[in-house]
Design a protein around this ligand. Structure first.
Ligand code: IMP
Ligand code: MG
Length: 456
């Protein structure tokens, strides 16, 4: 039995969809714990490509239960489109559960997201425009609409009438947008409520019951560590907590229930939207990575910015998430390169820096310090074990693992399920130990202190 969190170690789009799909095979329950329809997971099964925004990719396995947890924000229109898409492909969605505590993205959230981006001018975030930030802002402001309100007609009328009139003032006065008709919106959302009601549950209780029955539970993060509201490259972040700690809050379970954290990172780096990106490649090489890696956003179709692997943020992601092991994806995208660079440290105003700077102003001034490794210039798409890999590719992976002090458990060499090397069991393999200055493992167990009444 294991309860496992899968998180993105970079700025999202690391290929978590494929890794969670692989791990879902042995999961009984898959839980999405934060984010909304800003996320986009592409999963390729045989010849079919599935693009999912909210429904965990575990839905593709018949017996896996899927939960959209309390920490998510749900755009019901998009969720229903996803349900329809899966139904058209004869994939059952009976096992989908939705938390009654999740917040609902409303039309005014989308309008305000897009209009505020325009108003920001040069200070824009480059959001997906899906209303994510305003939905979470309302949650914090305590004017949000939850799924429980949506499926309760009396609540919905009363609450939405007040909220829409309030939001109309903001739309009209601040953004010059025509007001919404509360009754039209209420009618529209009552229709969504009918459709979603059978899926609505007390999800934290379902998860707790699953834990008690020793079911295998996979907690699926969306976006990535550097997009985390608290620990990412603020303000160029999303409005939720994609980091592993977010899984406990978003799913409604305690930290003691988690057995393992698996990180996912691309063999290079991409970022979509605005914000600093020290290893970004502007010229031909960036184009080449983008083309070979098909780096276009699943949700917005935007071209992703591409650059070299950044081991400073990699190491940071290992620390912030308490990562036990790493999956490296899209190694095959580097197949044609003669040389590959890896950022091992930053130069910030002439000072050598090996840790991610928590000051966004300093991060914006980082100049990458690179080490250059030889490329392998041959296809790895057919490799199925470490022995199949060219030596230079193996050396590249070893170099990354050493820099980040984390074992690499999975290597992915293409979109399909079989283009994967399992280096060690990501769930039951040895847990990563912290090492002290002498290289000795540091004990994760409670310290016996002579002052503790429980010490023997
Ligand atoms: P928002 O989440 O739509 O508010 O966008 C905030 C930032 O997060 C922008 O830079 C988006 O491009 C980025 N972002 C949001 N979701 C994803 C994702 O799933 N993959 C990659 N970037 C994302
Ligand atoms: Mg994505």
């Amino acid at each position: 039995m294991a309860n496992v969190i899968v998180i993105g170690a970079q700025w999202g789009d690391e290929g978590k969809g494929k890794i969670t799909d692989l791990l879902s095979k042995s999961a009984d329950i898959v839980v999405r714990y934060q984010g909304g329809v800003n996320a986009g997971h592409t999963v390729v099964v045989q010849d079919q490509t599935f693009k999912l925004h909210l429904i965990p990719s575990g839905i593709l396995y018949e017996d896996t239960e899927c939960i959209i947890g309390s920490g998510t924000v749900i755009d019901p229109q998009v969720l229903i489109e996803e349900l329809d898409q899966l139904a058209a492909l004869n994939i059952s969605t009976e096992n989908l559960m939705i938390s009654q505590m999740a917040h609902v993205t409303m039309p005014y959230h989308r309008l305000i997201d897009q209009a505020s981006e325009q108003k920001r001018g040069k200070r824009k975030i480059g959001t997906t425009g899906r209303g994510i930030g305003p939905t979470y802002a309302d949650k914090s402001e305590r004017t949000g609409v939850r799924i429980i309100d949506l499926v309760n007609a009396n609540n919905l009328h009363e609450q939405l009438e007040w909220t829409i009139n309030y939001k109309n003032v903001i739309l009209e006065k601040l953004y010059d947008i025509p007001p919404l008709d509360p009754h039209e919106v209420i009618q529209e959302y009552m229709g969504y409520a009918e459709r979603l009601r059978p899926h609505v549950v007390d999800s934290s209780l379902k998860i707790y019951e699953g834990i008690k029955k020793k079911r295998n539970i996979l907690f699926e993060g969306a976006q990535g560590t550097l997009l985390d509201l608290d620990h990412g490259t603020y303000p160029y972040v999303t409005s939720s907590n994609p980091v592993a700690g977010g899984a406990c809050i978003g799913a409604g379970i305690g930290p003691t229930m988690i057995d393992r954290v698996i990180g996912v990172a691309k063999a290079y780096t991409t970022r979509v939207g605005e914000g600093p990106f020290p290893t970004e490649l502007d010229g031909d090489l960036g184009e080449q990575l983008c083309d070979r890696g098909s780096e276009f956003g699943t949700t917005t179709g935007r071209r992703r910015r591409c650059g070299w692997f950044d081991a400073v943020i990699g190491r940071y992601a290992v620390r912030i998430n308490g990562m036990d092991c790493l999956a490296i994806t899209k190694l095959d995208v580097l197949d044609t390169l003669a040389e590959i660079k890896v950022c091992v440290a930053y130069n910030i105003d002439g000072v050598h820096c090996e840790e991610f700077p928590s000051s966004s102003l300093r991060f914006a001034r980082c100049e990458p310090i690179y080490e250059t490794l030889p490329g392998w210039r041959q296809s790895t798409a057919q490799c199925r074990s470490l022995e199949d890999l060219p030596k230079a590719a193996l050396d590249y992976l070893k170099f990354l693992a050493e820099l980040m002090e984390v074992p690499i458990a999975i290597v992915s060499l293409g979109a399909s399920r079989d283009q994967t090397i399992i280096v060690e069991d990501p769930i039951h393999g040895p847990k990563r130990a912290l090492l002290d200055a002498n290289g000795a493992p540091v004990n994760h167990q409670p310290h016996d202190s002579p002052h503790s009444p429980f010490a023997n």
